[in-house]
Design a protein around this ligand. Structure first.
Ligand SMILES: [Zn+2]
Length: 350
């Protein structure tokens, strides 16, 4: 009798210590939502009609089938077959001769009344100790202008300084991230990011920490008026090979804007709200650092090995999911002769 009581106590302790997994009793996380639902009621309604399921003990195959079904449903409700159609429709709103800018487009209206620019809130995993940092947008030529002068808030990113925390998936917590996007694209982006979250909900080793999602913007940065930080990232022996012998670099930056910033070319789908980058950071001072927005190295094709070294790297299954949604994925860019931009997903151009 005494032994069985001890056994029960051990089981209770084990259950308590185990990381959260999808048990029937665990509450489902919030679904993706548009913050300005009253400004884009049609898109908000479509988003609310395609929530991913959180049934008890869903298998990977069931989750994938649910994802594919919701994609079809969302595309039908949006009246979109190929995603590039949204690009053509959005470009048609720009007056002839005007430089394409998100700051202009976000205030435009779709036929039917939805505002083009909305803020999407989605569930994400973040490492233990990660902290939230406000981000800003403006129609500026340099990110430094956005970082140093008061600009329009446009969502937030997460900052986590230690690679040990970043790679400790059992220690992650469920949070949300917010970024801007074209309202006609929002239900589809929401589906992909919720799918990424849900995989980690059912299967903790699959967790991907999404700490920066750069969506619709011309130029963006966090404020340069933050304290200096020390952050860890990987540094590789070269910029070209498939060598995975990375060392952990501890880099000191004057402020967080040195890590979180960006400027998009006028032709970029970001300016139309039809592109998004996952975990796009800048770590000056490292070689092909991880994750790195633009890389020519062969190691970038070894996605799962890169993800094991630094969990912020995007594993292969995410790109497969993105492709099944109809997005253009980075691997396609190599056929167009451009630099490979590894976290960039968009509606394509043709
Ligand atoms: Zn991009």
């Amino acid at each position: 009798m005494r032994i069985s009581v001890l056994g029960i106590m051990a089981l209770v302790l084990l259950a308590w210590a185990r990381p959260a997994i999808a048990e029937p009793s665990s509450p489902p996380p919030p679904h993706p939502r548009i913050l300005e639902a009253a400004q884009a009621p049609r898109a908000a309604r479509i988003l609310s009609r395609v929530p991913l399921a959180y049934a008890p003990l869903m298998s990977q195959a069931q989750r994938r089938r649910d994802f594919l079904e919701k994609i079809e449903l969302a595309k039908g409700l949006l009246g979109v077959r190929r995603l590039v159609e949204i690009r053509k429709e959005t470009l048609a709103m720009i007056p002839p001769g005007m430089e394409v800018s998100w700051e202009y487009l976000r205030g435009c209206r779709w036929p039917g009344g939805d505002r083009v620019g909305v803020t999407l809130s989605v569930p994400v995993w973040v490492p233990a100790g990660a902290r939230k940092v406000q981000s800003f947008c403006a129609f500026e030529k340099k990110w430094q202008s956005v970082a140093q002068t008061p600009s329009r808030p446009s969502g937030y990113v997460w900052f986590s300084p230690n690679l040990a925390d970043i790679n400790n998936k059992a220690g992650y917590r469920a949070e949300t991230i917010q970024f801007e996007v074209n309202s006609k694209f929002a239900p589809l982006v929401g589906l992909l990011l919720e799918y990424i979250f849900r995989e980690g909900y059912y299967d903790p080793p699959q967790r991907l920490p999404l700490m920066a999602v750069r969506g619709a913007e011309d130029t963006y940065a966090v404020s340069a008026r933050t304290a200096p930080v020390v952050a860890e990232c990987l540094s590789f022996p070269d910029n070209e090979s498939d060598c995975l012998a990375a060392g952990v670099a501890r880099c000191r930056y004057n402020n967080l804007a040195e890590i979180y910033h960006g400027h998009h070319a006028p032709a970029s789908n970001h300016r139309l709200g039809l592109a998004f980058d996952l975990n796009d950071f800048n770590y000056p001072g490292v070689v092909d650092g991880a994750p790195n927005p633009v890389s020519h190295s062969l190691r970038q094709f070894n996605r799962d090995a890169m993800h094991k070294l630094d969990a912020r790297q995007i594993p292969g299954w995410v790109y497969q999911a993105a492709k099944s949604l109809g997005l253009r994925i980075p691997q396609e860019w190599t056929y167009e002769g451009y630099n490979t931009d590894w976290e960039h997903l968009d509606v394509g151009t043709k």
